[in-house]
Every structure is written in structure tokens, then in C-alpha cells.
Design a binder for this molecule. Structure first.
Ligand code: APR
Length: 261
């Protein structure tokens, strides 16, 4: 653990965070802030994180074995059904207090970039505007051949829907393992990392590149790095401030402590 880091014990429901004065000063003065979010931010909206054990029918599969081009080529219906199952959960999920706190933060900070690994779309539902969806959006579907999007398909169809243009198999508009991230989103995220004064890493295990490299790069370029996560991660030792607890509790307290909002 680095000497100048401040690490907070695990959260209890009763606690309201007491922010170190230097963090309050940084955030009050900050004009350029970037925040990277992961599945942990949506956990309090009832959506499983990537490393949570899967449930029901899907308990026998690992996400890493389904979210790949090879899995889709081998068994498109299995992969399609897994995403249809997750899409249903995402459709009924509501943003939690952590999502709303990040949307509020964007209003207080002149240049705020929200970089998310999540595909559930909840940041936009909560009102965040400048959102970079590095791993796509599960609510969108595109042709695996010609890339044409479709917004009207039947999830309960017996077969994987086909493209109305080229008859190719439709697929979720998400980034699978072994696939490249959308160039424009990644470039914008790297730019935000280069220019930010404070970089938040929230609800992510920080193990999947290239997203996980952003916080470390921001730190190397002199940004103040703040981690908010239920448990320590490979970033914790490098973070300037690390809060271990639920983002849906810590983020609203942080916004209230700094901006009174
Ligand atoms: N508040 C804060 N953190 C939480 C909460 C919560 N309520 N619940 C869980 N967490 C933390 C977990 O402790 C874990 O460290 O969120 C993190 C979620 O980590 P992962 O499940 O690995 O999800 P994520 O980091 O988003 O995965 C990154 O990996 O599998 C790929 O493409 C997939 O986007 C995903 C990427």
C-alpha cells in the first residue's frame, strides 16, 4: 500500500463518509474530471457484475465463454439467448443513487467525462450526457455481417434474428473478448485521461484492458486517482484515495460533501 494513499475501511450503512479535506479541495477546484465505471456501479440496480456467479440456466456458463466471437460462431442461439436474458434484466433495471450522483457531478464540473465498461445504458437513463460506452450497449442489435442496426427484432424468436438487409445473423452491439473497442470512444477516453485533474475508478475490478490501464496512466500523468469499489483491486495500492464500500452510498455522500448537492 503506498505511503501517501488514504484507505478507508469497509463501509457500514450507518456511516456517512468523512472526506479528507485535501480531496474536497481537489474536487472543488477541479475543472476536468474523468470517471471510469464498471459493473459494480449497476450492482445496486440488481444487475449481476461480470465476476458475480451467474444464476439459473446460465450458472453453468462463464461470461468469458459466451462473450466471444468464437462462441457466437459455434452456437449463435446460445449466445443470443444469453444476451436476450441480460437485455431483459437491463430493460427493467433502474438507475441507483450512484448513477444519479455521477449525473449530478457532471453538472458541477465544466469538463466531466464518464467512461463506462457497462453495457446496460443506465448512466444515460440517470441523466449523464457525456458518456463513452467502451464496451457497447446491450440494448442495441446489429448485423454480424454488414453492421446494419435494427431496432425491431423479436427476442423470443426461435432462431437468431437475421439482418433485413443482407440476411446475416444479428448480434448484440457489445464488444466481445478478442474484439477491438470502438475507436472513437477509446480515443475520447484516452484524451479524457490525459487531460483530467481527477480520475475516478468506480465499481470495477480493473482487470480488463484497455479500460483498466486508464487509471494507472492518469496517475502516471499526475492526476489525483480516487477508487470507489466494494473491495480492493490492483489499483488500490496506487490510488490517492480508496473508498471500499457501495458506490450507491459513497457517491451521493461525496457529491453532498463537496458540492452540497
Ligand atoms: N459498489 C461498488 N463496487 C461494487 C459493488 C457496489 N455496490 N458491487 C460490486 N462491486 C465491485 C466488485 O467488488 C468488483 O471489484 O465491482 C467490481 C466489478 O468487477 P467485474 O465484475 O470484474 O466487472 P467489471 O470490472 O466491470 O468488468 C470489466 O470485464 O468481463 C469484461 O467486458 C466485461 O465490462 C466488463 C469488463
Amino acid at each position: 500500500m503506498c505511503a501517501d494513499c488514504i484507505h478507508y475501511p469497509n463501509w457500514t450503512d450507518a456511516m456517512m463518509i468523512t472526506l479528507p479535506p485535501e480531496l474536497i479541495t481537489y474536487l472543488k477546484k477541479a475543472t476536468r474530471v474523468a470517471a471510469l465505471t464498471g459493473a459494480g456501479v449497476s450492482q445496486e440496480s440488481g444487475l449481476r457484475t461480470f465476476r458475480d456467479a451467474q444464476a439459473g440456466l446460465w450458472a453453468q456458463y462463464r461470461p468469458e465463454d459466451l462473450a466471444t466471437p468464437g462462441a457466437f460462431a459455434r452456437d449463435p442461439k446460445l449466445v443470443w439467448d444469453w444476451y436476450a436474458h441480460r437485455r431483459e434484466s437491463a430493460k427493467f433495471a433502474k438507475p441507483n443513487a450512484g448513477h444519479y450522483a455521477l449525473a449530478a457531478m457532471e453538472k458541477y464540473i465544466p469538463e466531466f467525462t464518464l467512461i463506462t465498461q457497462n453495457v446496460d445504458g443506465l448512466h444515460r437513463v440517470a441523466g449523464s450526457m457525456n458518456v463513452l460506452e467502451l464496451h457497447g450497449n446491450i440494448l442495441n442489435v446489429r448485423c454480424s455481417e454488414c453492421g446494419t442496426f435494427d431496432d425491431n427484432w423479436g427476442d423470443d424468436s426461435l432462431a437468431v434474428p437475421r439482418c433485413k438487409k443482407c440476411n446475416g445473423l444479428m448480434r448484440p452491439d457489445v464488444v466481445w473478448f478478442e474484439e477491438s473497442l470502438p475507436r472513437a470512444q477509446l480515443d475520447a477516453a484516452v484524451n479524457a485521461m490525459h487531460t483530467c485533474q481527477v480520475f475516478f475508478s468506480i465499481g470495477t475490478s480493473g482487470v480488463v484492458h484497455p479500460a483498466s490501464a486508464l487509471a494507472h496512466a492518469a496517475k502516471a500523468e499526475g492526476a489525483v486517482v480516487v477508487e470507489i469499489n466494494a473491495e480492493p483491486t490492483p489499483l488500490t495500492a496506487k490510488a490517492d484515495f480508496a473508498f471500499h464500500g457501495k458506490s450507491g452510498e459513497i457517491l451521493p455522500d461525496l457529491v453532498k460533501a463537496v458540492w452540497g448537492g
